[in-house]
Design a protein around this ligand. Structure first.
Ligand code: CP3
Length: 351
């Protein structure tokens, strides 16, 4: 199936915006929209384990499309996880109440490279979900594929458990074992590229690279160690004419150096005001972002006041996708998420 057959880009607000067309309002979708906040998702989670849902194409496809029906978002994001790449390298883990727990993290290994056993064919179950989503989704709704960037994925692989959000053991490992770290980055990147190729072959319309923990190392080191891999992944995506969104959370001033050969759109974290980001980021790169997901704990009045501030930005910036500055938080009141979605759809964007 060709890309044109999957999603009718003329009817898709997201694809139109990414192609540089003028639209009446910004397109929107939310990071972590498929899991977490939706009551319809929580009901499924009472019945099935996460792993079961991600392994069963019909359920995985249903969950992918829940936010399209419930929140009215302009795009669906594949229901899977960034940890499928370590899974395809033979690393066992479980999703627990405290987050993912790996059985044999690399930090405790005498020979981490020997422990990795890459087999990208193990990712086939994800492609089955993509096939089902494409069968079931409205033609106006594009499907976003994704994977984690090597730094973020390696934080989990090395430390084994995100018990401390700043991953001290993982970062220590990277400083202590610089050349070994380089070798692991290459392996993770190779598998990620196979994964990206598979997602593209099965028909995703847009791709987002999540580098949630990009802010854990100084930008210079990030640039030297990890940026070459970001570029390799990006090249594969864009050579296939799939728009590429890059989310380097916490990169700070580093966003000034991101060039159009790296991404089409840059997803801005909640730390950085959009107006400031727009001045800093290369003008040929579109922006995505960046509502602080925690504002959804506040009153409707405060949420509306915060949203109102985006009107001026949206009027003068057409190359902008509304999103959160990081994923939805688990216990976000659903009614407030719904309120936000309705607000974005019905606001007067003055365009
Ligand atoms: O919208 C979606 O939810 C789409 C699917 C998706 C999941 N994970 C499903 C998931 C996406 C895009 C991700 C990305 C992901 N996974 C990231 C990057 C984005 C971010 O939030 O920073 C990271 C760092 C992970 C790793 C991961 N997976 C963690 C730390 C956890 C446990 C805690 C948590 O974040 O919920 C997971 C489990 C996970 N991944 C769940 C789901 C639906 C289970 C939690 C739940 O059911 O809500």
């Amino acid at each position: 199936m060709t890309k044109e057959q999957n999603t009718n880009s003329r009817n898709s607000l997201l694809l139109k915006t990414m192609a540089g067309e003028q639209t009446k309002r910004p397109p929107f979708w939310f990071m972590r929209q498929a899991g977490r906040v939706l009551p319809s998702y929580r009901l499924l989670k009472e019945k099935y384990s996460l792993w079961h849902m991600m392994n069963t194409p019909d359920i995985g496809a249903d969950v992918t499309l829940l936010p399209v029906n419930d929140l009215g978002v302009d795009a669906a994001i594949l229901f899977s996880d960034i940890l499928m790449v370590p899974y395809a390298m033979g690393m066992g883990f479980e999703f627990t109440e405290n987050g993912p727990v790996f059985s044999s993290p690399l930090a405790g290994s005498t020979d981490p490279i020997a422990q990795l056993n890459p087999d990208p064919s193990k990712l086939r179950f994800v492609y089955n979900i993509i096939d089902k989503v494409i069968e079931a989704k409205p033609s106006s709704i594009p499907l976003i594929g994704f994977c984690g960037a090597p730094l973020t994925v390696m934080c989990y692989m090395i430390q084994g458990l995100g018990k401390k959000a700043d991953f001290p053991e993982a970062i220590r490992f990277m400083y202590e074992n610089r050349s070994l770290t380089g070798e692991i980055i290459e392996i993770v990147t190779d598998v990620s590229i196979e994964y990206v190729r598979g997602q593209i072959k099965h028909g995703i319309d847009v791709f987002q690279l999540f580098d949630t923990h990009a802010g854990l190392v100084p930008f210079d080191l990030y640039n030297e160690l990890f940026m070459p891999s970001i570029k390799r992944i990006s090249r594969v995506v864009r050579d296939n004419n799939i728009p590429f969104i890059y989310f380097p959370k916490g990169m700070g001033m580093g966003i000034k150096t991101v060039t159009p050969d790296i991404c089409d759109y840059l997803s801005i974290d909640w730390q950085t005001p959009m107006e400031m980001a727009r001045k800093a980021v290369h003008k040929e790169i579109g922006l995505q972002g960046n509502l602080d997901p925690r504002i959804l704990y506040a009153s409707r009045k405060e949420i509306a006041a915060r949203l109102e501030k985006y009107i001026a930005f949206g009027k003068s910036n057409r190359d902008w996708i509304f999103n959160l500055g990081h994923g939805f938080i688990k216990d976000t009141p659903y009614d407030n998420a719904k309120f936000m979605a309705n607000w974005i759809r019905s606001a007067h964007w003055n365009r």
